[in-house]
Structure formats: structure tokens, C-alpha cells
Write a new protein. Structure first.
Length: 253
């Protein structure tokens, strides 16, 4: 039986790359996203649902659909997230702080909460949480994002301990700077905040890794497919960076 894989924020970016990689590996793919246009552009072979992971009712309805259609779930990729504000901590509003934690941390929690009973019933499953290297280091001007991503690491490790006795694994993937529209927006805001150019910020991010490079969505997707495979059957509770090896999370250019 092919794997049944749910990917949140799966209609674009890293999530889309994950969906394509799992589909190529022969899995059944279900993508959940808030972007209806991006969902409509996904392959017809994929199951698609408009879901707000920060809303429990929306998440509960999604998992009810999955139970009715698939009868279970083998892999949860809790991938949804937003960048949050780029500002010094004293300039971050409480509303922006809460919005960032709600989508990133609470979204991963809610999806895990509803996936766990389904996986326990079948005594197997894999939960993959997309955190960030911001969940491993301090991240100036991004306090809400870093706090959420650190929280996701704690969530993933705790799930591994709770669910391991039921045959369920949980791991956390920490992407570095991923090429694409989201990081472009972050770099533009950071450039403005620091009085730098976008290219200077880009060079600084890349030089902060030993391999001198950003990563691509396919790099994250390849790790997800591996962690969900039998080849990683005893890999659980791990936090794995796919980032070109970050050596300085806040390089000065």
C-alpha cells in the first residue's frame, strides 16, 4: 500500500516541493493550503483542501475528510508557516507576535493533535515538522519567528517521546535560507531595517554557511521523503538542519 501523506502549505514553495517528491516516490498526496489559486494549480491526482492551520475547526474538518477518504494517515508534514515581522523586539506588536506563533507553532500542534489518534490506531506513522535554523540559533530582528521555530523543535521532540511506544516517529527539519519569494521578502525588510541593499543581505546569509549557498525546496523535500521511509525506521526525536551548514546565523557584511 502506498503511503498516505498530508502536507500543510503544500500548494507552493517548500510544501509543493515535498508534495512533488512524495508523489514521485509513489505516495498518495493530500495538500492543505490557504491559497485557493495555488491549490487549483496543483495536479488533479492530489487531494486538495483549503485549510487554515491556525483554526482548530478548519484542522478538525480536514482530518475528518482524511479519515473518510483514506481511513488513516501515514505521514504528516506540518510545514505551514509565515515569516512574521522583521523588527527589533521593542517594535513588535503583540498582534504580530501572536499571529506568527499561531500559524507556525499552534498550526503544527493542531495538526499533530489530530494526526496522533489516527496514527495510534494503526500503530504506525511519521510526523515531520518544518522548523528552521532560526529554531537552533538566536535570530536578531525576528523574535516571533525564532520563538515559534524553537517551540516547534520542543514539540517535535516531545511527540517522539509520547508517540514512540505506538510505533510513531517524529522528527524536525530545519531549513536554512531557501531560495524563493518568502526569503526575498525577508531580505528586503532586513535590508531596510539595517540600511543595507538586498544583495548585501543575500551575500551575508550565504556567507553564514560553510558551503556558501542557499538551499532549494527540493533539498528539504528529499530529507522529508527519507525521514518518512523505512530507511529511517529508527530515526526519531531528531532535529536535522538542511542548510549548507550554518556557521554564523547573523553574519555582518
Amino acid at each position: 500500500m502506498s503511503q498516505r501523506v498530508l502536507i500543510t502549505a503544500g500548494a507552493s514553495g517548500v510544501g509543493r516541493a515535498m508534495a512533488e517528491a512524495f508523489a514521485e516516490a509513489g505516495a498518495q498526496v493530500w495538500v492543505a493550503d490557504v491559497d485557493e489559486a495555488a491549490l487549483a494549480a496543483c495536479p488533479e491526482a492530489w487531494q486538495r483542501s483549503r485549510v487554515n492551520v491556525a483554526d482548530e475547526g478548519s484542522v478538525a474538518s480536514l482530518f475528518a475528510e482524511i479519515a473518510a477518504e483514506w481511513g488513516g494517515l501515514d505521514v504528516l508534514c506540518a510545514n505551514a508557516g509565515i515569516a512574521g515581522p522583521t523588527a527589533l523586539v521593542e517594535d513588535v506588536s503583540l498582534d504580530d507576535w501572536r499571529a506568527c506563533l499561531s500559524v507556525n507553532l499552534e498550526g503544527a500542534f493542531l495538526c499533530s493533535k489530530y494526526a496522533a489518534p489516527m496514527m495510534k490506531a494503526q500503530k504506525s506513522g511519521a510526523i515531520l515538522i518544518t522548523s528552521s535554523t532560526a529554531g537552533q540559533y538566536g535570530y536578531p530582528n525576528r523574535a516571533p519567528y525564532a520563538a515559534a521555530k524553537w517551540g516547534m523543535v520542543g514539540l517535535g521532540k516531545t511527540l517522539a517521546m509520547e508517540l514512540g511506544p505506538h510505533g510513531i516517529r517524529s522528527n524536525v527539519i530545519c531549513p536554512g535560507s531557501v531560495e524563493g519569494p518568502r526569503i526575498e521578502g525577508v531580505m528586503e525588510r532586513e535590508a531596510t531595517a539595517k540600511g543595507m541593499t538586498r544583495d548585501q543581505v543575500y551575500a551575508g546569509y550565504a556567507s553564514g554557511t560553510s558551503m556558501g549557498s542557499f538551499v532549494e525546496g527540493r533539498d528539504i523535500a528529499a530529507m522529508a521523503v527519507f525521514l518518512a521511509s523505512d530507511g529511517a525506521r529508527l530515526v526519531s526525536g531528531q532535529v536535522i538542519a538542511v542548510d549548507g551548514h550554518t556557521v554564523n546565523p547573523d553574519p555582518k557584511v
